[in-house]
Design a protein around this ligand. Structure first.
Ligand SMILES: N[C@@H](CCC(=O)N[C@@H](CS)C(=O)NCC(=O)O)C(=O)O
Length: 219
């Protein structure tokens, strides 16, 4: 029986993007179902009753929730091609450490920049975001990708945030390129990789959609 793979998703979600990229890295055909997060589908509520969030990967009718869990699942099920992680246990542990860092620090900093409005709160958020990006830039060093010559788990998990950089810059009145030029160069390299190019929206599209989402909150 052919695999049936469905992804419940939201186009500008950095978490959704990573699952799309991983599936495309592996060459897995999948059906993409866009969710309206203000009016979630019955399927989403049924498949992710605990968190009620996207992305949800549905493989032959079975749901896998949480993006990093989905990436691990994808890597284990389709383990005969395009590995997302090194075979070395220590390298694997390191990659998972950085994904955890991204999800805690970059997500938090970015969320606050987008939703803080103006003033002291925004200044603190900007500092937090830039600090976390500088740490990640340091970890990249002179490598082409975090995965080495090819994109790997850390690249796949961070590139969705790169797609939000323009929105962070506009709402935070900051220049990520001035602060982290090597990280921005890395993001541009990633954006040229086929699996990424096919999976992520443009930075302006993200900015425009987020600007619409902020309006009801008077931002
Ligand atoms: N830790 C989750 C985060 C997923 C997440 O925050 N999804 C957001 C969209 S980016 C969502 O579904 N939000 C809807 C809600 O919170 O009701 C993951 O890695 O999958």
């Amino acid at each position: 029986m052919a695999d049936e793979v469905v992804l419940l998703d939201f186009r500008i979600s950095m978490y959704g993007m990573r699952v799309r990229i991983a599936l495309r890295e592996k060459g897995i055909e999948f059906e993409h179902r866009e969710e309206d997060l203000m009016n979630k589908s019955e399927l989403l509520l049924k498949m992710n009753p605990i968190h009620k969030k996207i992305p949800v990967l549905i493989h032959n009718g079975k749901a896998v929730c949480e993006s990093t869990v989905a990436l691990q699942y994808i890597d284990e099920v389709w383990n005969d091609r395009a590995p997302l992680l090194s075979t070395d246990p220590y390298q694997r542990a390191q990659a998972r450490f950085w994904v955890d860092y991204i999800d805690k620090k970059v997500y938090d900093g970015g969320r606050k920049v987008v939703w803080s409005g103006q003033g002291e709160e925004l200044e603190v958020a900007k500092k937090e975001l830039i600090e976390s990006l500088k740490v990640l830039e340091g970890e990249l060093g002179e490598k082409k990708f975090y995965g080495g010559e090819k994109i790997g788990l850390v690249d796949i998990c961070l590139v969705g945030f790169y797609v939000w950089f323009y929105a962070y810059e506009k709402f935070g009145n900051l220049s990520i390129e001035a602060e982290c030029p090597k990280l921005v160069a890395w993001g541009k390299r990633c954006a040229e990789v086929e699996s990424v190019a096919k999976s992520v929206p443009g930075q302006e599209e993200v900015y425009e959609l987020v600007a619409e989402m902020r309006k009801p909150f008077g931002l």
